[in-house]
Design a protein around this ligand. Structure first.
Ligand SMILES: [Zn+2]
Length: 64
């Protein structure tokens, strides 16, 4: 929301809004790199869902 400008040098990011680093000062844009550290696959609700269990069971059946 409030990350349109580089937090380090204030450079307007524009097309680099979702880049890992600022195109001007080349420092890490933490608001972009942080979400990559916690992928949505680790969501416990998704893992426990019956659909996901069925998928795992089906995959095991194919592999064996
Ligand atoms: Zn910058």
């Amino acid at each position: 929301m409030s990350s349109r400008n580089c937090p380090h040098c204030g450079h307007r990011l524009g097309n680099y809004l979702y880049a890992d680093a600022c195109p001007s000062c080349h420092r890490e844009l933490t608001h972009n790199t942080r979400p990559l550290v916690t992928p949505p696959k680790l969501d416990p609700n998704r893992v426990r869902s019956p659909m996901y269990r069925a998928f795992l069971g089906l995959r095991n059946a194919i592999e064996r």
